[in-house]
Each structure stands twice: as structure tokens, then as C-alpha cells.
Design a protein around this ligand. Structure first.
Ligand SMILES: [Zn+2]
Length: 247
């Protein structure tokens, strides 16, 4: 049946998540989900972020008091599903976790109190940062529909990985020559990743002397904003149909 004007269409974030599922399924990934209201343990402790860890302050979290007096949060990242999934599944596995996350921060063109993330987690014997590079290169080339996309790793810090890396792509606007969008560097930061920290494995009872893991977290909004030149993240939730009809 032909769609009529009044029928509308998917939000570009939904379309992106479906497309991303297809790309990762080809590489053997399953899709897992978790709750948006999450325990403190899954959101922080299981990820090597104990209560006195300074990185808790980097994420302005919405805390919720629940009737059973457990400490509960609106999850601040989809990494919260790592502990949940690894506590209930035996490796090896490859999984992606798409979903909505929440941060208590002022809203502007690049910040929203709710947005999406997609966590990737692979636990296998002998998996390395080289595997991570291969997987992400394949994904990013397809997501940006650019076979000549380059990626580079820089050292980065996230408490639940060691070593951690920030990953840049060659600027898609100027073909890495340097422009306003990439601040004349030719590179754009696109996601964070690393090798799963042994403390995360011990929190969920996986033997880190046998199993190795890679984890990455990407933002559908960020990739779509770069891919289509969208300048304001708030447009994704706008009721203005002129925005959504472009996709
Ligand atoms: Zn550029």
C-alpha cells in the first residue's frame, strides 16, 4: 500500500537503529535490550564505577527513589546492559544494545536530556583491538555510505575499559582537508571504545584470564547529525513535520 501524506514516517533515529541492526547482524551480533529505569549497580558499580569514583560526576544522572528503597537511576548510558547481559549469558557472544538514555543537563543545539546510544559488546577468546577496528570500520563505512572513510584511534579514558580509545573518522564534509565542522583538523570524534576492563568481568563472574572483550558506544543522533548536516539535536523530537519528511 502506498503511504499517504498524512501517514507520516519513521523518525530518522528509528530508521538508523533498524539499519544498524542489519549491519551488525551480518557480523554475528544479537540485539539485546534493557530497562530505562536501572539499578545503581548495573549503571555504575558493575562497570568499575564505585560510588566514590569521580566519573560519576561527569554523568549528570537522574536519580529515582523507588518504593523498595533501592537506589535507581534513569540509565545514563546503554553500557548499563553489559552487567545485566553478562550475568545471564555465557561467552562467547556478540551483542548490540540500542536504547534511550538520560542526562540531567541544560538543553541546547548539541545537548538533550534524553537521547539514544548503541552499545556494542563482544566477548570471545582472542578478540583484540584489531578486531574492534575491523568491526567499526565496516560499520562506519556502511553508516556513512562512504567506502573511503578513514578511522583512527586515540587514547581515551572510560572506567569500564582498559585500554580505552576515542575513535575519529575522516571528516565527511571536507574529505579530511579541513573545514569549520572538523575545526580544520580533518577528523571528527565519533565514538568511544576499548577492551573490557578485568574488573567488569569479575563483577559478572567471567574469567578474564580466558575471555577477552571489546566494547563500544555510539550515538545515533551524533552519526545522523554528521551524516545529514543536522545542526540542532532538538529537531529529532520536534513536532515540525518539515523535519521528519526529509527522511
Ligand atoms: Zn572537515
Amino acid at each position: 500500500m502506498e503511504l499517504e501524506e498524512k501517514d507520516g514516517s519513521f523518525n530518522p533515529i528509528t530508521t538508523f537503529i533498524y539499519k544498524t541492526h542489519a549491519i551488525f547482524r551480518e557480523m554475528g551480533f544479537l540485539v539485546a535490550e534493557g530497562p530505562q529505569m536501572e539499578t545503581e549497580w548495573n549503571n555504575f558499580d558493575a562497570l568499575n564505577v564505585p560510588s566514590d569514583h569521580p566519573s560519576r560526576d561527569q554523568q549528570d544522572t537522574f536519580w529515582i527513589k523507588d518504593p523498595f528503597d533501592d537506589r535507581v537511576v534513569l540509565r545514563s548510558h546503554t553500557s548499563s546492559v553489559q552487567g545485566r547481559f553478562m550475568s545471564n549469558n555465557k561467552p562467547p557472544f556478540r551483542v548490540i544494545v540500542p536504547g534511550r538514555v538520560y542526562r540531567q543537563e541544560a538543553t541546547d543545539a548539541t545537548h538533550e536530556t534524553q537521547f539514544h546510544q548503541m552499545e556494542g559488546l563482544v566477548v570471545e577468546e582472542g578478540i583484540t583491538l584489531a578486531s574492534l577496528k575491523g568491526i567499526l570500520e565496516d560499520f562506519l563505512e556502511k553508516a556513512f555510505e562512504d567506502k573511503n572513510l578513514l578511522i583512527r584511534f586515540r587514547p581515551g579514558y572510560f572506567p569500564f575499559v582498559e585500554p580505552g580509545v576515542e575513535i575519529d573518522i575522516s571528516c565527511t564534509f571536507c574529505k579530511a582537508k579541513g573545514c569549520r565542522i572538523c575545526k580544520e583538523t580533518g577528523w571528527i570524534e565519533i565514538l568511544g571504545a576499548g577492551m573490557v576492563h578485568p574488573n567488569v568481568f569479575s563483577a559478572v563472574g567471567i574469567d578474564s584470564s580466558k575471555w577477552k572483550g571489546i566494547a563500544f558506544g555510539l550515538s545515533p543522533e551524533r552519526i545522523l547529525m554528521l551524516r545529514y548536516g543536522i545542526e540542532d539535536i532538538r529537531l529529532f523530537h520536534s513536532a515540525d513535520l518539515r523535519f521528519i519528511k526529509q527522511f
